[in-house]
Design a protein around this ligand. Structure first.
Ligand code: AMP
Length: 217
């Protein structure tokens, strides 16, 4: 299966992608993670990315498209993949269609996770990310079993992402409305879009997505 998880920044795409990647046995590809990895490497490209991310802006299309092109060419994507956080603009969606055409593949479904702006601000406030493995927690809604310690890798470095600060979240929502929201109409017109209510527990949202995917065939 080849699918895209779409939604506002902080709607839970990343968390759902990681869980669904296991149950569907396809890799979850997060452009945010790819970008943060490039920054952590300390490369010149990483430094360029950092200046956009800390301001809450999108990275230029051509840079992120190049990352995705390289990632989709890896052997683990042959039987399917899930994209989390890509595409985020109509030109990125068009570039993805071109990439898939050259691979003689096409998308099966685009899942849009619906959440209100108010809830997103509250979620971003409490979100903590593991420095060791990238796992995501929430102080109120999804705390680790032992306070301050990652359930997955045991790291004691659970940090608050710079782009989870309230003013950056607001900027990201403005960018979302301008640049990413048009993708809903774009994929609806192609008959690929499915809407999922993103309010509720992680399990509840996961089951809604799994049910929607089952109903596709
Ligand atoms: P995320 O982890 O998906 O929330 O992404 C974190 C940040 O990485 C975003 O706020 C953007 O600055 C950048 N980013 C991630 N994916 C993309 C994309 N497809 N296009 C442009 N910028 C992106």
């Amino acid at each position: 299966m080849r699918l895209i998880l779409l939604g506002k920044p902080g709607c839970g795409k990343g968390t759902q992608a990681k869980v669904l990647s296991g149950s569907l046995e396809i890799p979850a590809i997060s452009t945010g993670d790819l970008i943060r990895a490039a920054i952590a490497e300390g490369s010149a490209l990483g430094a360029k990315f950092e200046s956009f991310i800390v301001e809450g802006h999108l990275v230029p299309d051509e840079l992120v498209v190049a990352l995705v092109r390289e990632r989709l060419a890896k052997p683990d994507c042959v039987d399917g993949f899930m994209l989390d956080g890509f595409p985020r603009t109509v030109p990125q969606a068009e570039a993805l269609t071109d990439i898939l055409e050259t691979m003689v593949q096409r998308l099966d479904v685009v899942v849009n996770i619906d959440v209100s702006d108010e809830l997103l601000v509250e979620r971003a406030e409490g979100r903590r990310t593991c420095k060791g493995c990238g796992a995501s927690y929430h102080l109120k809604f999804a705390a680790p079993a032992q306070q301050g310690i990652c359930d997955h890798c045991g790291s004691e470095d659970l940090y608050r992402r710079d782009d989870d600060r309230a003013e950056v979240v607001s900027k990201r929502l403005v960018e979302y409305r301008e640049k990413t929201h048009p993708l809903i109409g774009y994929y609806h017109a192609q008959g690929l879009l499915v809407h999922i209510d993103g309010v509720g527990s992680l399990d509840a949202v996961e089951h809604r997505i799994e049910d929607a995917l089952k109903n596709l065939s």
